[in-house]
Ligand binder design. Structure first.
Ligand code: SF4
Ligand code: SF4
Length: 386
């Protein structure tokens, strides 16, 4: 109990300044594209105890020594996607998403980890991926591709679990773009495994730190590029932020440096829909003034139908955090709702979102593209290596 309190003590200001305004639960603000806030509240349960406000109330109760049913609290806390929407909308700058994360870590440390998440931990420990696929299957996407060995590589590619196992075409397209830009790409199947990001999201920082350090210790190239937007912070913890880029970040830089030129084909769609990820607003993650996927499309004069303002408060698609593991049906509803009825090609810079959407897309799934796939499909690419 003492440990619980000290972990929550860090958030004392947040716990006692919450005004119970409910913005983080059900705010609606049409001009800003805000149509409710919390995916879990909207698609899993409307009970306040599943919200950022609910996590703050529970943490305050624990801090004051009240006895709570920790099994019930765990079901609530692990049903959060960790999207950070509650935190970005709180009018007085409180940190409800981080309080939820602290609760998850406290509950996991005290053996209140829900069974589906304990199984996730076992899959990552034993197979090195979140899906429980055989470890050897992870590199199937790379069959037939040529890589540069060891220290001669200028860039090491880490596809991330979702890209490697569920979107091999995006991984192959990314490697093609790297090589066209003149990069010598390193990829070692023996060194590629889950970076630990899903474990950290699931409240297991020690398992996550082990994975981060193990992989980082094997990095030989000066730069690591990952297609997993959730993976980049894990790699940055293992090495240094300067040595890690997401694929959209790398690509934007390559275009600005004129290492790649993209010429539209006649088949290029006149309009696309950008599927914005909550990776850019999750606490401590990839906060950036301009989302690189949108910046790339702007650089290419590609018209985008949906505004970035609305996207910055879009409700999570259900791919992030521990919710999809705990409540897959609710996560599928989130995905189907977020995708909506877009009639133009959808471009996603975050491959974890993309694979989740593809799983819940039904008809029209062929209109979903990863960023690299989209560019190779609709543009002629010239670079230093052509
Ligand atoms: S982080 Fe996202 S899912 Fe979790 S409570 Fe906040 S808004 Fe809801
Ligand atoms: S955490 Fe912020 S947005 Fe949520 S109820 Fe408290 S003050 Fe309002």
């Amino acid at each position: 109990m003492h440990g619980e309190r000290s972990a929550l003590e860090v958030f004392r200001q947040d716990l006692y300044h919450c005004a119970d305004c409910n913005y983080c639960v059900d705010a609606v603000w049409a001009e800003r594209g805000i149509e409710h806030v919390c995916a879990t509240i909207t698609h899993h349960s409307p009970a306040l105890s599943y919200s950022g406000r609910g996590y703050i109330a529970a943490a305050r109760a624990l801090l004051e020594g009240q006895a709570l049913n920790l099994e019930v609290l765990a079901e609530r806390a692990f049903s959060c996607t960790g999207c950070g929407n509650c935190e970005s909308i709180c009018p007085i700058g409180l940190r409800p998403a981080q309080v939820g994360q602290a609760l998850r870590e406290m509950l996991a440390a005290q053996d209140h980890l829900p069974a589906p998440l304990a199984a996730l931990r076992t899959r990552v420990r034993e197979q090195g991926n979140v899906y429980g696929a055989p470890a050897a299957a992870r590199s199937a996407w790379a069959t037939g591709l040529e890589f540069t060995a060891g220290p001669l590589a200028t860039l090491q590619y880490a596809p991330g679990c979702a890209t490697a196992h569920a979107r091999p075409a995006e991984a192959r397209a990314a490697v093609r773009l790297f090589q066209l830009a003149g990069e010598r790409v390193g990829y070692s199947p023996a060194d590629d495994a889950c970076c630990g990001a899903p474990l950290r999201e699931a409240g297991l920082p020690q398992d996550a730190a082990y994975a981060e350090q193990t992989l980082a210790g094997r990095l030989r190239a000066p730069l690591l590029v990952t297609s997993g937007l959730e993976c980049a912070p894990a790699w940055q913890r293992g090495v240094t932020a300067e040595r890690v880029l997401t694929f959209p970040q790398w690509l934007l830089q390559a275009l600005l440096d004129a290492r790649l030129q993209l010429i539209p084909r006649a088949t290029r769609p006149s309009v696309v829909h950008v599927f914005d990820s909550c990776a850019s607003r999750r606490p401590g993650d990839l906060r950036a003034a301009v989302d690189p996927t949108r910046a790339i499309l702007q650089h290419l004069a590609q018209t985008v139908e949906n505004s970035a303002m609305a996207a910055s408060h879009g409700v999570c698609c259900g791919a992030a955090g521990s919710l999809a593991t705990l409540h897959p049906a609710a996560a599928a509803r989130m995905g189907a709702t977020r995708r909506g009825a877009a009639t133009v090609p959808v471009v996603a810079g975050d491959v974890r979102c993309l694979t989740h959407l593809a799983g819940s897309a039904g008809e029209g799934g062929e209109q979903l593209f990863g960023l690299a796939e989209f560019l190779l499909h609709y543009f002629e690419v010239e670079g230093r290596a052509t």
